[in-house]
Write a protein that binds this ligand. Structure first.
Ligand SMILES: Nc1ncnc2c1ncn2[C@@H]1O[C@H](COP(=O)(O)OP(=O)(O)O)[C@@H](O)[C@H]1O
Ligand SMILES: [Mg+2]
Length: 237
């Protein structure tokens, strides 16, 4: 398989403090890669770097095209959709208005309407809730809306920042099953950041372990699952 995303020597800082110390990682076309790591390791910063939201050094190539130095809005136009930590939906707008906003870079009306129906087929509850203010949705519904909104971009790459955070286990299982289908049926590549390692390794094909801004381990999800340190520190068995 060829690489969709190639990250080399990625560094990011907030003021004087460097939080990413030169990361190298790849994501295969059509693949799901996960970045695991404890709170504060730099997972969110890595995703924010890819979507152009923090100043950085190094190279981030999407299908060979350099994204470093590109404005966030233009990175979105390249097909990178970010489902941020805390979901980032517009709480005053309805679910459907949030989905419509997800397609703001597009002007193919028929395609947008088609994709709205596709999102509703993945998340039928959102269709029921389409006229409801996003701020009144349950945690699980709000996370589904955030994923649905990202899909409205028709992304090549979906960046997911702790989608399981704060959700009940049954809802998480449902959400991850839908992510699996979206990857399989739409071929959307995913970069998934999670503290819930067993969940992430179950969905992903490749994994990287991030510790205080450096990658300390990488491999197939299966090999990471077998790793003694990962088992002890992140899987708890
Ligand atoms: N806006 C910010 N300003 C200053 N420091 C930040 C900011 N955001 C994150 N950090 C720091 O950068 C480090 C990495 O944070 P983050 O990428 O959010 O980690 P993770 O998502 O893995 O929990 C942490 O030490 C955090 O305190
Ligand atoms: Mg984070």
């Amino acid at each position: 398989m060829s690489s969709l995303l190639e990250v080399k020597g990625l560094e990011a800082s907030y003021g004087q403090s460097k939080v990413l110390n030169g990361l190298d990682f790849n994501l295969e076309q059509g693949g799901v890669t996960t970045i695991l790591g404890a709170n504060g390791a730099g997972k969110t910063t890595t995703l924010r770097a890819i979507s152009g939201m923090v100043s950085l050094k190094g190279s981030i190539k999407l299908a060979g095209q350099e994204l470093a130095g590109t404005r966030a809005a233009d990175i979105t136009r390249c097909g990178v959709a970010h489902v941020p930590e805390g979901r980032g939906t517009f709480v005053r707008l309805s679910a459907q208005e949030n989905l419509t906003l997800g397609a703001y870079t597009r002007n193919d009306k028929a395609g947008i309407a088609e994709d709205m129906e596709r999102v509703y087929s993945y998340f039928p509850i959102l269709k029921q809730r389409r006229n409801q203010q996003a701020g009144t949705l349950s945690g699980g519904e709000a996370q589904m809306l955030a994923v649905g909104r990202a899909l409205m971009l028709r992304p090549r790459l979906l960046l997911l920042d702790e989608p399981s955070f704060g959700l009940a286990p049954l809802i998480v299982a449902e959400l991850f099953e839908i992510l699996r289908r979206i990857n399989a049926e739409e071929g959307v590549s995913m970069l998934l950041v999670e503290q819930n390692a067993s969940l992430a390794l179950d969905l992903a094909d490749h994994a990287y372990l991030l510790e205080t801004g450096s990658i300390v381990l990488s491999g197939t999800a299966d090999s990471i699952l077998e790793n003694e340190t990962v088992r002890r520190s992140y899987l708890g068995y």
